[in-house]
Design a protein around this ligand. Structure first.
Ligand code: ARG
Ligand code: ZN
Length: 502
């Protein structure tokens, strides 16, 4: 396999920038500059995220032209300047960013330009400040390596500026689902779970490195660009281009970033309880039936926030609201403060994506194998919302789930480790929700909700594992939950109706 004319096998770790050797004990201390790792070590996506530094802030200055009318190809034109503030966590000789399908035009570190060079052969030295970009679609390796000069000391803050761009298409995730910067005829739907943010900005693309964001998105006049958070100032228009400003001051995982573009009508309201601004963007091209469904569903957001706050604790971010696109990627995504919906927003999905703001967004899954903590909770919160609305109790939803006949394979999936191709299987959602309902029956309502709130509070702005989650429930309830979680997350059979908690 060739990458820029160099066989990947001979690139070796040095070219991509995997971790160098640790400092030998007994040697005099002092800087030992090594390469930051090419991934954070997530078993499902080994090259997602990067090691050796911690991003503080991304400032994304984007200019985007949606495709021309059909029959022109469904491709957009994209130019970006990403300004990334990071702090080194080790003495850095090299470090990586993830970037897929875009070309880098220029790169600097603290104002010092780096030269574009071909990926070096294994072990080869590169002179001076430089960068190189390995993009291997077959191996799913997309790594932009930066060699800063001077080298960076542990604890040092630097600013990396990347000028980049290219033709946007419709990227696919490992399962073949659309994700990332998905070009649509009228704009773009930007939904990047699990590691699709690298299709539109240089990033440490893993939720263990959260950061704040600011956006300046320039689009042809008449188009609306909607990202996370709030508008710090109104858009401005000059020479046929409109620039939209958005600020996301809360810690945010990369997969939850959006900057969707379309023919949206923006409207702002406030939640009645805590007064969170709710900024919705609804495609003006929705047909009457979809618009009616969407408006009715979004009309519940305010009361849903109040209800979930009463169960899960304070709404965790500065703002909320929804982006409803006339186009579809086949699913909705809980992008932080501003979920994206395909074609229309149903009440059930709105409750699901809102609940993700606590479960998935404020507290993210530390490893992708912990995805049930996202989808189980969001599904369970929808069961709770249905009960609150007098539609069907959570107990009935659980009973229906439990009593439905399933093909044998259904019970074999370990929702606590579903595999990278199993992240979004129905078992992760529904067995995940049932796990939470069973846990509630096991520890009682008081402990169940107290622990839920403690979980969000303790791991807010951060990430946790299934083991961390079990520990919080054991701490609050005083119960030993080893058997419980073994049965529900890992046993490859239908959970029994009763089990013993020692
Ligand atoms: N997290 C989204 C939700 O449940 C689903 C994302 C599905 N993504 C995918 N690539 N299939 O709301
Ligand atoms: Zn979900």
């Amino acid at each position: 396999r060739l990458v820029g004319g160099i066989a990947v096998a001979t690139l070796a770790l040095g070219a991509i920038g995997a971790a160098g050797a640790a400092a030998a004990p007994g040697k005099p201390s002092g800087p030992r500059y090594t390469a930051g790792a090419a991934g954070v070590g997530d078993a499902y996506f080994p090259y997602a995220g990067n090691g050796g530094y911690d991003v503080q802030h991304y400032d994304l200055d984007l200019r985007y032209t949606p495709p021309a009318a059909a029959p022109a190809p469904l491709e957009g034109e994209f130019e970006g300047v990403a300004t990334i503030d990071l702090v080194a966590t080790q003495d850095l000789d090299r470090f990586n960013l993830d970037l897929r399908g875009m070309e880098v035009h220029a790169l600097s570190v603290d104002g010092k330009p780096a030269a574009s060079v071909a990926p070096p052969l294994a072990g080869a030295e590169v002179d001076g400040a430089a960068y190189w970009h390995v993009q291997d679609d077959d191996a799913r390796i997309w790594e932009l390596t930066v060699q800063p000069r001077p080298k960076i000391k542990a604890g040092q803050a630097v600013q990396v500026v990347v000028e980049y761009g290219g033709t946007t298409t419709r990227p696919e995730d490992i399962e073949g689902a659309l994700y990332g910067w998905v070009t649509t005829r009228d704009g773009a739907m930007v939904v990047s779970e699990p590691e699709g943010s690298m299709t539109w900005y240089p990033v440490s693309d893993h939720q263990t490195d959260k950061a704040t964001y600011s956006f300046e998105i320039t689009v042809p006049e008449g188009k609306v660009a909607v990202a996370n958070g709030i508008q710090p100032k109104p858009e401005d228009t000059a020479d046929g281009w409109t620039t939209w400003y958005w600020d996301a001051p809360d810690q945010q995982a990369s997969y939850l970033t959006t900057a969707s573009v379309g023919d949206f009508a923006l409207r702002e309201t406030y939640s009645s309880g805590s007064g969170v601004p709710i900024i919705d963007a609804v495609d003006t091209k929705l047909n009457a039936a979809r618009l009616a469904t969407t408006n009715a569903s979004l009309g519940w957001q305010d009361e849903m926030i109040d209800f979930f706050e009463s169960r899960f604790g304070p709404y965790p971010f500065v703002a909320y609201g929804s982006i409803v696109d006339n186009d579809s990627v086949g699913y909705a995504l809980e992008t932080q403060t501003r979920p994206v919906y395909s074609s229309q927003a149903s009440e059930g999905t709105v409750s699901h994506e809102l609940a993700h703001q606590w479960f998935g967004n404020a507290v993210s899954p530390e490893r992708w194998q912990d995805i049930w903590l996202n989808e189980g909770w969001a599904t369970y919160a929808n069961w709770m919302w249905n009960e609150e609305r007098g539609m069907r109790t959570a107990q009935t939803a659980y009973d229906n789930w439990y009593n439905t006949a399933r093909p044998a394979g259904y019970w074999e999936l370990q929702i606590g480790d579903p595999g990278e191709l199993g992240l979004f299987l129905t078992q992760v959602y529904n067995r995940g929700a049932a796990t939470l309902h069973a846990l509630r029956l096991e520890v009682g309502d008081d402990a169940f909700f107290e622990a839920a709130q403690l979980w969000v509070e303790r791991y807010d702005d951060s990430a946790g594992t299934s083991e961390d989650f079990q520990a919080v429930y054991e701490e609050v309830s005083g119960a030993d939950l080893d058997d419980f979680f073994q049965i529900w997350l890992y046993d490859q059979q239908k959970p029994p109706t009763t089990w013993t908690t020692p």
